[in-house]
Write a protein that binds this ligand. Structure first.
Ligand code: SF4
Length: 233
């Protein structure tokens, strides 16, 4: 499919935001697959393989972008490889410009302890921005119940910084909805999810979540940071 002009994408986003507000995840992903074809990408952390399963069913062949920061848990890399081998999707691994060793030489070791915003900018935001230039719309696994910072997540929105449509088909799903779907459909899950990690990111910045705390409280725990910047629009 050819790239659409930004103004046309904006019109599509506005119309879809109104029409798909209460649509099911299957309906939203089906619409996205038909509308954008190979200009659609799903971004997955491999903690949200329920989203990958849904996308594989309702937009088969879709590109699934996995951001390999170089700091992932081995379980996450194993999940990525199993997903690529199991689901009818096109797995695209996106890497930062510098390896961890190169970044350490340039900025000093453990940048994530001294300046996690810079580390995320280098290892997450810049590479994803580059990858998304090839698409008109991207799909995320953001859910409103993950944390207060995500409480207003729309099903379809406009990513103004990137000039793309941003689609969050499971925005209204709860943690229970995710678990029920995973059991019903035999979804291949990241084993860390059943080991107390309710939201999984880079190993140095992810801890288990205390009982009753929100899912993202284990990310950058004890620091003011709550988001990596991927979702700053
Ligand atoms: Fe760096 Fe931590 Fe951000 Fe990963 S989550 S890119 S290790 S600061």
């Amino acid at each position: 499919m050819d790239a659409r002009p930004r103004a046309e994408l904006r019109r599509i986003a506005d119309r879809a935001a109104a029409e798909l507000h209460d649509a099911t995840a299957a309906e939203v992903l089906g619409w996205a697959g038909r509308t954008f074809g190979d200009r659609l990408a799903v971004a997955s952390s491999m903690a949200d393989t329920v989203l990958v399963d849904l996308a594989a069913r309702h937009a088969p062949g879709v590109h699934v972008l996995f951001l390999d920061t170089g700091y992932h848990f081995p379980e996450t890399i194993g999940t990525r490889d199993a997903v690529a081998a199991t689901y009818p999707i096109t797995l695209v691994t996106v890497v930062p410009e510098q390896t961890v060793a190169e970044q350490d030489r340039w900025y000093g070791p453990r940048l994530y302890t001294r300046d996690p915003d810079k580390c995320c900018a280098l290892r997450k935001v810049a590479p994803l921005d580059g990858a998304l230039r090839h698409y008109d719309a991207w799909v995320t696994g953001m859910r409103r119940d993950e944390s207060p910072t995500r409480a207003d997540t729309p099903v379809v929105g406009w990513d103004d910084r990137r000039g793309l449509i941003k689609i969050n088909p499971i925005a209204a799903w709860t943690a229970n909805d995710m678990a029920e779907y995973a059991v019903r459909h035999g979804v291949l899950l990241n084993p860390l999810l059943s080991d107390g990690y309710l939201s999984v990111g880079c190993r140095p910045c992810t801890t288990r979540v205390a009982a009753g705390a929100d899912a993202r409280s284990g990310r950058w725990a004890g620091r003011a940071k709550t988001e990596c910047g991927l979702h700053s629009t």
